[in-house]
Design a protein around this ligand. Structure first.
Ligand code: PMP
Length: 429
């Protein structure tokens, strides 16, 4: 037991965390040469880059909704529309680094960044880097279905952790680890968590709990995958600090996304963490996508530059957050109107989410939401996601997930009214 109490220095050795597959990844010779291309006086006969004179376009513009136009001129276009560094356009990586420092200020300064085609891209690369068929992943129950889609195919084992409206429950988490034989091969080394506005629950882990969970991870030497695309959509005045903001031991790999705050179709997300972890993700990138599309990256870069980096970005995030907060309030009001005090009593229970875009609704008197949602609700023209989909280990559940992001107020009202009718009918059976 004692050996788990030892203090971990910042010069952490990550080799025990990497899978055999990940350890086999070697730098691509051509990709490694790429970094010398920009050295003064260098004549490159090495790369397989197409000549930009053959590109049929000259330049492009980004027109903002306020009418401002940002131009990416011919010279810049020729440059960015070429192959580039696997971990991202250097100018974008620099701004992301500034954003991470301004917002999270990790306690170690030499953290690294890799840009991906959405956070899903880098997240799944990280899963592959750290998990194999023999591994056990610690994760919230329920959790993000998009991660489960990858993880279930990977074939690792799942240890589901209990949560409530304040996120992961540290006491239960610790109990799970205490009761595990630490010498066994399947002892978990990785925790995957969605700490803000959880998808599907809408729950956010409080700072007090985050600190306790981090301590437990430190005690048992567990890496934390902090998947946080809803971080900037926190409705409280002051954002709850991230795990990476107090990661003294360099055990957190953080995933951010522009999907919920700029655009989801642009497909830009990024991972931030200790150099050895980012380097290994980069090796994966070198052997798969080469890099994220430069059109998307330039788009984000120019928007962030136009906003003067973090300051304007942060202001934009606050506006987006207000937009979703209003929708959350409308949805909540309509839930109270239609799902409470029905014939035979309330038809649902739920908590008020403090971040994100989801409500996790328990259908009262319905043991299994799956059948009801997939047949009756679809028949009545209301789409929800059955709770079943969000559990790593299959289970019957009366929950379902509802988003308050897209539907209009009228549509929300109609949908909730229909849902109430379906549940009342079902309970009469
Ligand atoms: N993690 C969570 C918890 C998500 O909800 C999503 C998107 N729904 C992602 C990751 C993937 O986001 P991206 O669009 O950046 O790939």
């Amino acid at each position: 037991m004692k050996k788990f109490m030892s203090t971990i220095t910042s010069k952490k050795d990550y080799s025990k965390f990497f899978t055999e597959l990940s350890m086999k990844r070697k730098p691509s010779a051509i990709r490694e040469l790429q970094k010398f291309i920009f050295l003064p006086g260098m004549i490159s006969l090495g790369g397989g880059s197409p000549h930009p004179e053959t590109f049929p376009f000259a330049e492009f513009n980004i027109k903002f909704k306020d009418g401002t136009v940002v131009n990416i001129n011919e010279k810049e276009t020729a440059k960015v529309m070429q192959y580039n560094a696997t971990n991202g356009l250097p100018e974008l990586v620099k701004i992301l680094n500034d954003i991470q420092t301004a917002e999270h200020n990790p306690p170690y300064k030499d953290f690294d960044i890799i840009v991906g085609g959405g956070s899903q891209d880098v997240l799944t690369k990280a899963f592959e880097m750290l998990l194999s068929r023999d591994s056990t992943l610690l994760l919230e129950a329920p959790t993000y279905v998009g991660s489960l889609a990858f993880l279930k195919a990977l074939g690792c084992n799942f240890e589901e952790l209990t949560c409530d409206k304040d996120g992961l429950i540290p006491e239960n988490f610790e109990r799970v680890l205490k009761n595990w034989d630490h010498n066994k091969k399947d002892f978990p080394k990785v925790l995957y968590t969605v700490p803000c506005g959880g998808n599907p629950t809408g729950a956010s882990t409080t700072f007090e709990r985050k600190k306790k969970i981090y301590e437990i991870c430190s005690k048992y030497d567990i890496l934390i995958l902090e998947d946080d695309p809803y971080y900037y959509l926190q409705f409280n005045e002051k954002r709850t600090p991230s795990y990476i903001s107090f990661d003294k031991e360099q055990r957190v790999l953080r995933f951010d996304s522009f999907s919920k705050i700029l655009s989801s179709g642009m497909r830009v997300g990024w991972a931030t963490g200790p150099k050895p972890l980012i380097e290994r993700l980069t090796l994966h990138g070198q052997a798969s996508s080469l890099h994220t599309s430069n059109i998307s990256q330039t788009f984000v870069l120019k928007i962030l530059e136009h906003w003067n980096g973090f300051e304007g970005f942060n202001n934009h995030c606050k506006e987006v957050t207000k937009f979703y907060e209003k929708r959350r309030d409308v949805f909540f009001k309509l839930c109270e109107k239609h799902l409470k005090g029905n014939e035979g009593g309330d038809v649902a229970s739920y908590d008020l989410p403090t971040a994100g875009m989801f409500f996790w609704i328990k259908l009262l008197g319905v043991e299994d939401s799956m059948e009801l949602i997939k047949s009756k609700a679809v028949e009545k023209k209301v789409l929800l996601v059955p709770g079943f989909e969000f559990f790593a280990n299959p289970r019957v559940t009366s929950y379902c997930r509802s988003s308050f992001s897209i539907a209009s107020e009228e549509e929300m009202e109609l949908a909730l009214k229909r849902l109430a009718e379906i549940v009342v009918e079902e309970r009469k059976k």
